[in-house]
Design a protein around this ligand. Structure first.
Ligand SMILES: Nc1ncnc2c1ncn2[C@@H]1O[C@H](COP(=O)(O)OP(=O)(O)OP(=O)(O)O)[C@@H](O)[C@H]1O
Ligand SMILES: [Mg+2]
Length: 489
């Protein structure tokens, strides 16, 4: 199997490297010849698999003009044989075939040619088989009838985000990424998350996003919505931990006028507001048990009844759920319904904690430095090497959210554009110190000005570096706070 470079896709590295080595003005003819060879080699190889010849031909015709090298296989067996003989970039296979079906084709390619992205074509509405295909390793699926643009775009995405090639070359620009630039991180674990996001975004199946607090669960949920066909429809977030138990049903399903004391008018629930779009049920582990039963019913039949109404409303809402709790354990303990967990998790995305992807730290720090320097209208900021060392070693129990707060605070407080270790919170500078040591009483030798400065810093730290909130607590405006701290530049 040749080793492919993702910067010049499909060109074996040796050849690309050789060409780069050709000196200026040297062997123009050789260069031209090689360009032709490269063009030939650079054609993406696509295999269309369907036991219906007409369907194969139609797809091939639709892809003509896109400069692909297309081959046809009229059975699953033939596809597997062709795949063993030579590598393909993309395989498009029908799901239902007489002998070896689409799922088996996916399995065989996963085993023998994992570099191929397999796209499965499923019958209209057969979401279960689509999920089954994804579970055994299909790159994506398309439901019949699909329009040709859709298939062209899916192929393009599969070619652009080829996981094997990207991972092998580790070139950050070409890693698979969701359609949201603000998700940072190219560690293998995050790349795997992006792959799943890309695969699941297009369907409507429920997705459970698990991860510690601050890992980016909501960000990933938004990416799924943004990349889905629903992206111009509403995206609603319900924080299940923030709704009081007796109002839950009304918040989610809405209520009719006079349904209970205080229900003055008709109220549409969050699910109704999210109709045709996506609803994220955040902190789903906090949902009261009686509500879990009602949610399960909604997930099964897609219908809700507003509180106080006898009529059902049919809704089309894609439900995403997020949690930092162990729902399986909760189900065993009887605090979370096992059948709801089962229904919520045909697809589970596990977001890794920051300590398990330290290779993402530098990129994240850089991103937040730019973000907050711009927001606070400061000139470009940088971490001093010693500060960077501290950030790299810290355990980041609060994950990306904690890192973001630390960088925001540092950008706010740093007197110069180079952030020194002293500007970082004491818990980072002295991680081994006990809590009481971290906050020594003010020595009596301090001047009033220094005392004021330290107090302002303490307040700022207590609000996670949020300068507006600190200024409000101190009873001064933001500008005065920044002037007093000497952080204006
Ligand atoms: N990969 C990332 N790239 C850039 N920013 C990120 C990333 N992950 C998280 N963040 C930022 O960190 C903060 C926390 O992210 P988010 O709210 O999505 O986490 P969460 O897992 O939902 O947290 P919680 O469990 O506390 O609700 C947000 O400001 C988000 O923008
Ligand atoms: Mg969240």
């Amino acid at each position: 199997m040749p080793f492919f470079c993702c910067l010049c896709r499909n060109v074996p590295v040796g050849l690309a490297g050789g060409l780069l080595g050709v000196g200026a003005g040297n062997h123009v003819k050789y260069l031209r010849m090689s360009e032709t060879i490269i063009k030939e080699l650079a054609k993406s190889r696509i295999l269309i698999v369907d036991d219906d010849r007409t369907a194969c031909d139609m797809l091939r015709e639709a892809l003509e003009g896109a400069d692909y090298d297309i081959q046809l296989a009229l059975s699953g067996e033939e596809a597997v044989e062709l795949g063993r003989a030579a590598p393909f970039d993309v395989v498009i296979t029908d799901l239902k075939m007489k002998e070896l079906d689409g799922i088996e084709v996916v399995r065989a390619f996963q085993k023998h040619s994992p570099e191929a992205a397999v796209i499965v074509i499923t019958a209209f509405g057969s979401i279960d088989s689509a999920v089954a295909a994804i579970e055994v390793g299909a790159y994506d699926y398309l439901s019949k009838p699909f329009n040709l643009n859709e298939i062209r775009m899916t192929i393009r995405r599969a070619l652009d985000r080829h996981p094997t090639k990207s991972a092998a070359c580790a070139a950050p620009e070409s890693m698979p990424r969701p359609g949201m630039d603000e998700i940072i991180g190219q560690s293998p674990k995050m790349v795997e998350v992006y792959r799943i996001v890309a695969r699941v975004a297009k369907g409507s199946s429920t997705v459970l996003i698990q991860g510690e607090s601050g890992t980016g669960k909501e960000l990933i949920a938004r990416a799924i919505h943004t990349k889905s066909a629903r992206n111009d429809k509403p995206f609603m977030v319900v924080n299940c931990g923030a709704i009081s138990e007796h109002l839950f049903e009304s918040e989610l399903f809405g209520h009719e006028r006079g349904a209970f004391t205080g229900a003055a008018g008709l109220h549409r629930g969050i699910l109704e507001e999210a109709n045709t779009g996506t609803c994220l049920l955040d902190e789903i582990g906090e949902m009261p048990l009686y509500m879990q039963t009602k949610l399960l019913r909604f997930l099964q039949d897609g219908e809700i009844k507003r509180v106080g109404s006898a009529h059902s409303l049919k809704l089309d809402v894609r439900v995403l759920a997020a949690t930092n709790r162990n729902l399986e354990q909760m189900a065993q303990q009887g605090t979370f319904r096992g059948d709801l967990l089962y229904r919520l998790s045909p697809i589970v995305i596990q977001i890794p904690p920051l300590r398990e992807r330290r290779e993402d730290l530098a990129q994240l720090i850089d991103y937040f430095l730019k973000k907050y320097a711009t927001a606070l209208t400061r000139s470009p900021m940088q971490m001093a090497a010693e500060a960077m060392d501290i950030l790299t070693k810290y355990h980041w129990g609060g994950n990306v959210r904690e890192l973001e707060n630390v960088v925001e605070r540092a950008v706010t407080l740093s007197p110069s554009s180079i952030i020194r270790p002293e500007t970082l919170p004491t818990r980072l500078q002295f991680p081994d110190r006990s809590e009481t040591e971290k906050d020594p009483a003010y020595p009596v030798t301090l001047s009033l000005r220094e005392m004021e400065r330290r107090y302002m810093l303490q307040v700022l730290e207590s609000v996670g570096g949020n300068i507006s909130r600190a200024a409000a607590i101190l009873g001064i405006d933001r500008k005065t706070l920044r002037v007093k701290l000497g952080t204006r530049n």
